[in-house]
Ligand binder design. Structure first.
Ligand SMILES: Cc1cc2nc3c(=O)[nH]c(=O)nc-3n(C[C@H](O)[C@H](O)[C@H](O)COP(=O)(O)O)c2cc1C
Length: 147
């Protein structure tokens, strides 16, 4: 069983990274810290295609059985770092369609942290629907209140 954790925090001393370490349902996982990589904004022209780290991460996701998205709640939504990465999934429908097809059957999870007592309404929707779009099974969220 291979697990990849895609982390979208904006700092090193991250509460969300700590939540992953404390509560990841799998003992062994590869950590992809998006902030330390080069992920460009999605472009309709695909003019950044192949020029940054997106494709390599997608290949790692395809090689995994479980994909865990880990994000702080920033202004009631996933972090900008993670959203920029999500927008790039559009390339998995066009220039990298075989990679997108190969996501079918994987299981996704969400680990999130925030200062409020619970996740904001609708927070999980992009994770659930994006998973379903690629025919992956969304297994649900773990949420930890920090400060
Ligand atoms: C820009 C920003 C926006 C935030 N917005 C929210 C929010 O809308 N709801 C919430 O519960 N916490 C919010 N917080 C608190 C963080 O979600 C919380 O401290 C989280 O554990 C930080 O994780 P990190 O260390 O990985 O960034 C926000 C923090 C920042 C820096």
């Amino acid at each position: 069983m291979k697990t990849v954790v895609v982390l979208g925090t904006s700092r090193d001393d991250s509460y969300t990274l700590q939540a992953v370490k404390d509560h990841c349902p799998f003992n062994n996982y590869d950590l992809v810290d998006l902030r330390k990589l080069n992920i460009g904004y999605y472009s309709y022209n695909h003019n950044i295609n192949g020029a940054d780290d997106f494709t390599e991460i997608a290949v790692n996701m395809v090689a995994a059985d479980n994909i865990i998205f880990a994000t702080p709640v920033y202004w009631y939504a996933m972090s900008g770092v993670l959203k920029v990465f999500f927008d790039r999934f559009s390339e998995l429908l066009s220039t990298h369609k075989p990679l997108g097809k190969a996501l079918k059957g994987k299981t996704t999870y969400l680990i999130a942290t925030g200062a409020d007592a619970a996740l904001p309404p609708g927070f999980e929707v992009p994770f659930k629907l994006t998973s379903e779009y690629f025919e992956m099974s969304y297994a649900g969220a773990f949420y930890s209140m920090t400060r």
